[in-house]
Design a protein around this ligand. Structure first.
Ligand SMILES: O=C(O)CCC(=O)C(=O)O
Ligand SMILES: [Fe+2]
Length: 203
């Protein structure tokens, strides 16, 4: 990883970097406003305990044509890169010197929107996935706990214009969540850049 080790979070068996102010705030404001306005947001249903629930946030998946991605139990066909998302992808790729073929957008409309505990460990992401997450808008708390534990071991506020990089064995040993909170009423947009192998297991 080409990132400066001073950005690394000190967690065992994890390779995580937090870069506050990665994009200048005026530009981050423009990205936030345009992406909220122009994205064809969806709210997929997930099945839990035999019942169907809408996910508590809005989502969109963009990528190269072959980058189909299964999340929340559904296979998603990618939307075509917009000029703005293509530019953001270039900048994110340059920051970590690695390619990505898709980006998942999550819009947390306010503090009642959230994402439950999970690891980014889908087969399509490969063995030690590199996931780069750009946060825009309201700051939200990103919690981490070791797999198999119910205790939060670390929390990081993800601020407007920041980048969080998850690399190496992180997804094998840790889960993360964005918890509901009454303290936040403004929207937050998160973009996670990923490299999808559409046929995992076919080397
Ligand atoms: O919103 C975030 O910061 C986390 C998003 C996330 O964990 C995911 O998309 O897998
Ligand atoms: Fe995740």
């Amino acid at each position: 990883m080409i990132l400066d080790p001073s950005f690394r979070l000190a967690l065992a068996d994890a390779e995580l970097y937090y870069l506050p102010g990665w994009v200048e705030s005026g530009e981050a404001d423009r990205w936030l406003a345009e992406l909220i306005e122009r994205t064809p947001w969806e709210q997929p249903q997930v099945r839990l305990y035999g019942r169907s629930f809408p996910v508590p946030r809005l989502v969109a998946w963009y990528g190269d044509p072959q980058a189909r991605y299964r999340y929340s139990g559904l296979l998603h066909e990618p939307l075509a890169w917009t000029p703005m998302l293509a530019e953001i992808r270039q900048r994110v790729q340059a920051a970590v010197d690695r390619p990505f073929n898709g980006v998942l957008l999550n819009l947390y409309r306010d503090g009642q929107d959230a994402m439950g505990w999970h690891s980014d460990d889908e087969a399509e992401l490969g063995r030690d996935p590199l996931v780069v997450s750009l946060s825009l808008g309201a700051s939200r708390r990103f919690d981490l706990r070791p797999c198999g534990s119910s205790r939060i071991a670390h929390s990081q506020a993800l601020e407007h214009g920041s980048l969080l990089v998850m690399a190496g064995a992180t997804q094998h040993h840790w889960q993360h969540q964005i918890a509901r909170t009454r303290k936040v009423s403004a929207p937050r947009l998160n973009l996670t850049f990923r490299l999808i192998d559409p046929e995992p297991g076919h080397e």
